[in-house]
Design a binder for this molecule. Structure first.
Ligand code: PHE
Length: 343
């Protein structure tokens, strides 16, 4: 073989290899082409390499250089084909992965805490009865939590052991103590705040957290929620109180509810009652109520000869527990999602 013939063969080989590699459609065809052109034993490049050894010694450096170039070109054509097939496989795989018949994955939706749900329902029900929402702070002074509610200093309800009094910054600094403050023990504080601001007629509810230093057990929590109702107008009576409570109970429980009053005592109402509600044949204690004490009306500048009013305070956890058959108040505040997601 002459040098010219050798060059010609190399050129032909490179040309054919490029065409073959560019045309292969799968891995098997690619491998066959690789063996044919680049096979270590009897590939066509190997054969030309042998022919190279037969050339006159003077031609060999030139021939070797050209041979080297040709092998590189063939290897590049192989690499290009490999990359092309890999791309192709990836594209196929991603279209195969998308199966439009598989049902979609629903995102997990959160929802309101059961206590918040109860609060929303109560606001809505009382709103329909004409009661608007009032608000007050959770950190209170003694006037709103006790004094104005007719609870005098010597009253046992004011015992520091029965309330969460706060050490204020000035207490801690040992300086001028300032007025004692406490976490409110009842939402009745808001009655005072509203009556101080507004003149009768009044129809409000107040909803929120209250705090008492009780040891947590199945029915006690040092923090819980109350809904307070207050209605002050001319000629408001216990009958109004009872019918409002019955409508509240029946709307909340979606069924027939009976209200029972048991005589009781609260310093800020006279007469005072404990409220029992019966739904589906079971009586449950729900809270306290009564006619606003004349002393309270006077404390906020109302004339007890002109207006009268009722007030009630219900435990929100009680309502929610009764509705869902929950038997441990602590569940509400453990924040175990397995419990909460049932509601
Ligand atoms: N504040 C009372 C309590 O927490 C309940 C109550 C409210 C009683 C309004 C009478 C009137 O026990």
């Amino acid at each position: 073989m002459t040098l010219q013939e050798f060059f010609g063969q190399l050129e032909l080989l490179v040309c054919q290899a490029s065409q073959r590699f560019a045309a292969v459609g799968d891995a098997a065809a690619l491998e066959a082409a690789r063996i044919e052109f680049l096979g270590a034993r009897s590939g066509r490049l190997k054969q030309l390499q042998k022919a190279l050894g037969q050339l006159p010694a003077a031609d060999r450096p030139q021939a070797g250089q050209r041979f080297h170039q040709a092998r590189q070109q063939v290897e590049e054509a192989l690499a290009a084909a490999q990359a092309r097939l890999a791309e192709h496989r990836k594209a196929i795989r991603s279209t195969e992965l998308f199966d439009p018949t598989i049902p979609g994955l629903r995102p997990r939706l959160g929802h309101l805490h059961p206590i918040s749900q109860t609060i929303e329902q109560l606001k809505e029900i009382m709103g329909r009865l004409g009661f608007s929402l009032a608000d007050g702070p959770e950190v209170e002074d003694e006037w709103h939590n006790f004094e104005a509610l007719n609870i005098p200093p010597e009253h046992p309800a004011r015992d520091p052991l029965d309330n969460f009094y706060l050490a204020t910054a000035s207490h801690l600094a040992g300086g001028d103590a300032g007025p004692p403050m406490l976490l409110r023990s009842q939402t009745s504080t808001v009655q005072i705040r509203v009556m101080e601001r507004q003149k009768p007629p009044i129809r409000i509810i107040a909803v929120g957290r209250v705090y008492r230093p009780d040891t947590p057990d199945q029915t006690h929590s040092p923090m819980f929620h109350q809904i307070e109702g207050l209605m002050v107008d001319r000629h408001v009576t216990m009958a109004d109180l009872k019918s409002v409570l019955r409508m509240l109970g029946e709307s909340y429980f979606h069924g027939e509810v009976h209200i029972r009053f048991r005589p009781s005592f609260f310093p800020f109402t006279e007469p005072s009652v404990e409220i029992d509600m019966s739904w589906q044949g079971r009586w449950i204690e729900m809270g306290g109520a009564g006619m606003v004490d004349p002393n309270v009306l006077r404390a906020v500048g109302y004339d007890p000869e002109q207006v009268s009013g009722f007030a009630f305070g219900l435990g929100i956890e009680r309502l929610c527990m009764r509705q869902h058959g929950i038997d441990d108040i602590r569940e509400f505040f453990r924040n175990d999602v397995r419990f909460l997601e049932q509601f």
